[in-house]
Structures are given as C-alpha cells and as structure tokens.
Design a protein. Structure first.
Length: 201
C-alpha cells in the first residue's frame, strides 16, 4: 500500500479510506479486469456449452495478459459488479443447460477455480522462461522411464504431453460440465459447513 501511495503521490492512510486492506485492493483490481471478459450476446444461437466455453476462455485470456494478477486471482475472491455479472452469466448458462440449481451453485465455483488455476499456471510459464525448461525436463523424464518400473507412464508417455493448451482446456471444461450436469447437491446443514471451516487442533 505504501508503494502504491508513493506512485500516486499520496499517503498510505489515504488509500485505506477506499480499501480496508491490500486484499480488498487486489479484489477490486481483479474485478476491474473481469470487466474485460467477453460474454455471449442475448439470444445467441450457439449451444450453451459453447457459449460457456467462450466465457471461460475469455476469462483465462484476460488473466493471462497480467501474470501477477493471474497468480493473485488464485487467492482472491472479488465481489464487485463485474464479478457478479460473470457469475450471473455462468449460472444463466448452466440453467439453460438444465443443470440442477444446487449443482450449478457449487459447480460455478469449480469452473472459476479451473479457469483461474489454468491462467495462473500458463501466465507464469510465459513470464518466466525457466519454467519452460522444467516442462522439457518432465517430458524428457517421462520419455525415458522404464516399462518395468513405470508401466502406466511408459504406456501413456505420448498422451501425457499431447494436445494444444486450448484443446486440453476445453476438454477439462467438458469433463467438469458433464460432472456438474450429472450431479445433485444434497442440502448440507449450515452447522456442518461451519465445522468444515474450523481450523484443526
């Protein structure tokens, strides 16, 4: 906050008038970027899954342009108008697809997590050239495993590294959507949810 205040030629205390914490500032920044996500027009003729894939791909690409924000997005939950607009669009598409309401409510969280982690992972690789070597090391290690000690790795060595990033992302979306569409969410008592959130010990 001090560095941002210095860049704006003001004091950190002035910023706290608008943001209670750096986390709230990050959330506002992320929400601003989410405003750039392309949403399908009303009455579009494309199937709902294709339109949902368009939204999620646009979300990934927006974050991909800003690696630092992409990494922050893994830990930040924005609640601004653009984020609510995105959630509304996703829920609307899931509803159009006949997804049960409870599954849609929980499933939209999975979709955001999947797209967010994808953006953070690939933007980091793009920003830090050394990570490309890491990928090559993994590919080389898989290529040289013995069928005697690693039979499954050996059998699937080509498939493990095959496919373009966009192709694999869309495949993952389809897996998640198929799972969401096939599920119903039991109503979990709120007291049970609070137990899950308690720190251990």
């Amino acid at each position: 906050m001090r560095r941002l205040a210095a860049a704006l030629d003001t004091g950190a205390a002035s910023l706290y008038v608008y943001f209670r914490s750096t986390e709230q500032l990050y959330a506002a920044l992320l929400d601003e970027l989410i405003g750039e996500v392309a949403l399908p027009s009303l009455g579009a003729e494309e199937p709902w899954r294709d339109r949902l894939a368009t939204v999620m791909t646009s979300y990934v690409m927006v974050l991909f342009e800003f690696p630092s924000v992409a990494r922050l997005s893994v830990f930040t939950r924005p609640s601004g108008p653009n984020s609510l607009r995105l959630l509304e669009e996703l829920l609307s598409l899931l509803d159009e697809g006949g997804v049960e309401s409870g599954a849609a409510a929980w499933g939209v969280d999975l979709l955001i997590q999947y797209a967010t982690s994808t953006a953070a992972e690939h933007s980091t690789r793009n920003e830090q050239p050394g990570t490309i070597d890491d990928d090559s090391d993994v590919s080389r290690a898989i290529a040289t495993v013995s069928a005697d000690t690693h039979p499954h790795l050996s059998k699937l060595r080509d498939a493990l590294v095959a496919g373009e990033a966009q192709e694999r992302f869309r495949w993952g979306l389809e897996v998640i959507l198929t799972g969401i569409a096939d599920q119903k969410v039991a109503r979990v008592p709120r007291s049970y949810l609070s137990l899950l959130k308690r720190p251990s010990g």
